[in-house]
Design a protein around this ligand. Structure first.
Ligand code: GLN
Length: 486
């Protein structure tokens, strides 16, 4: 497929695309074809997409057909009603769509075709968005580099020798390589924010329960949330507004109060807290520290008050996370036993079936977490590990809430360094887990967080991410701060 960039330049944002449409400068089919052309060109190197949907062009043509004979005002009205009209996006392989495969990048679900739509997919379709395909991830969203996929590693489109981050590495890479305008991912401990940071895009982890999990293949149910990767803050804001809301199919979901995209909140006098003792430590690169100092200066210049805060328990967040998450993982993964879902490898008897199926069709990291979680939840260890970690999770959440009585947001880096080379941390779980040090807190406390590309230049030329966390259902604060520094 040849790409003709001269006639239809790719849009920079959703609003940009809609403006181009209203002014008759492009068609949805032309833009979708341009994205498909880029995917054709780049995906063999990047491996972001696992599958490109063959109905994308038909959907685009149907959208264009709706515009025929309409005046500018009528097109504008249509876009007000369908706020993502014609917007091409990619979906992480752990979010289901009726009639489409969703494998969670695992062999065990290799041929699984979903029979229903995830609520987020229904909402995006109703808003007019067009799904171009499903994208790669770490198997069942466990990892931090998209090296744990059963379908090959995804490469960072900014430098192919490097990881794109994970576990939504396919989502961030698809956006960064211009293979779609936005992508859906999921975030259990940083899986949208860390790849967003490594690929130089925006990643939003919404408040736990503000977006329905119905149709998201579960990893750790009290942590998981569907999360978008976008080219800018405005797009993240719009997509969040479309996908959020209480869903009767997810009893942990709730209506977001106090968030109204049409109201421009004043957001003057914002106060940001910096947990210095947590950031300025040995494991964090000098470039990352510099990016925080520069961000602080930048924020001050915009009238934001920046103060030091101290939350000693932040240092224990990673330990809590890597006890509680495997425990929930082991419980959620029990259903992949070769009987109820997906593939099966027969054994001599029932136990043999289980052992062959789980031993051969689940990857190493997934098996490791099942074993770890089963151990943590077993009699005798439950009280020593699981219960203690849960108590600490409550304490950390209380400490964070306490901090939000004094500041509107907490500033940290997204990750301790830029992306690392493919293979560099393979076989070294601890060093990979350490890359999650700044992101897991938001999931432990259920609060929202955003990763925004830092302005700081790095020696390698790879991007860095700045993270803001805010109080429950205060995504508006994240968007306001993100816009200030981006
Ligand atoms: N890297 C973290 C983990 O492996 C986060 C994963 C996620 O957010 N899905 O658990």
């Amino acid at each position: 497929m040849s790409i003709d960039f001269s006639t239809h330049t790719l849009p920079e944002s959703i609003v940009d695309f809609h403006t181009m449409l209203v002014e008759g400068k492009t068609t949805i089919t032309a833009v979708v074809k341009a994205y498909l052309g880029i995917i054709d060109l780049r995906n063999k190197d990047v491996n972001a997409y696992l599958e490109v949907f063959d109905d994308a062009i038909t959907h685009a043509e149907n959208c264009d057909a709706q515009l025929v004979g309409k005046s500018k005002a009528e097109i504008e009205a249509l876009i007000r009603q369908h706020r993502l009209f014609g917007i091409p996006f990619a979906v992480k392989d752990n979010i289901v769509s009726a009639g489409k495969k969703a494998s969670a990048a695992s062999k065990v679900l290799e041929n699984y075709v979903a029979s229903y739509d995830a609520t987020v997919m229904t909402k995006l379709r109703e808003a007019g968005a067009i799904c171009l395909g499903r994208v790669n991830m770490d198997e069942f969203a466990m990892g931090g580099s998209t090296e744990n996929s059963a379908y090959g590693v995804t490469h960072n489109p900014l430098n192919l020798e490097y990881v794109p981050g994970g576990t939504s590495g396919g989502s961030a890479a698809a956006v960064a390589m211009n293979g779609c305008l936005f992508a859906l991912g999921s975030d259990t401990g940083g899986s949208i924010r860390q790849p967003a940071a490594y690929c130089g895009v925006v990643g939003l982890k919404p408040t736990y329960g503000s977006v329905s999990r119905h149709g998201l293949i579960a990893m750790a149910s009290s942590f998981d949330v569907v999360a978008p990767a976008t080219k800018n803050i405005e797009d993240a804001e719009l997509i969040f507004d479309v996908i959020r809301g209480r869903d009767p199919l997810d009893s942990t979901s709730h209506e977001t109060k106090g968030f109204n995209i049409t109201e421009t909140l004043p957001h003057t006098g914002l106060k940001v807290g910096v947990p210095r003792e947590f950031i300025f430590t040995d494991g964090v690169s000098e470039e990352v520290k510099k990016s925080i100092e520069e961000t602080i200066e930048n924020l001050k210049g915009k009238g934001v008050e920046v103060v030091d805060i101290s939350i000693p328990l932040l240092k224990k967040a990673l330990a809590m996370y890597y006890i509680l998450v495997p425990a929930e993982v082991s419980s959620n993964m029990a259903r992949f036993d070769g009987v109820r879902y997906g593939q099966k490898v027969e054994g001599a008897d029932l136990l043999g079936d289980y052992m062959n199926t789980r031993g051969q069709l689940l990857g190493k990291e997934v098996r490791k977490r099942i074993m770890l979680g089963t151990y943590i939840l077993s009699a005798g260890y439950h009280d020593a590990y699981y219960r203690k970690a849960n108590i600490l999770r409550e304490q950390l959440t209380a400490d964070i809430k306490q901090a939000f009585s004094k500041v509107d947001a907490i500033l940290t880096p997204t990750a301790p360094d830029t992306a690392f080379k493919i293979g560099e941390k393979a076989g070294d779980s601890v060093s990979l887990y350490l890359a999650d040090i700044f992101t897991v807190t938001a999931n432990l406390a259920g609060i929202p967080a955003i990763s925004v590309p830092a302005k700081t230049q790095t020696a390698s030329g790879l991007p860095l991410g700045i993270q803001f966390m805010s109080n429950t259902d205060r995504e508006d604060v994240l968007f306001a701060l993100g816009k200030m520094i981006y």
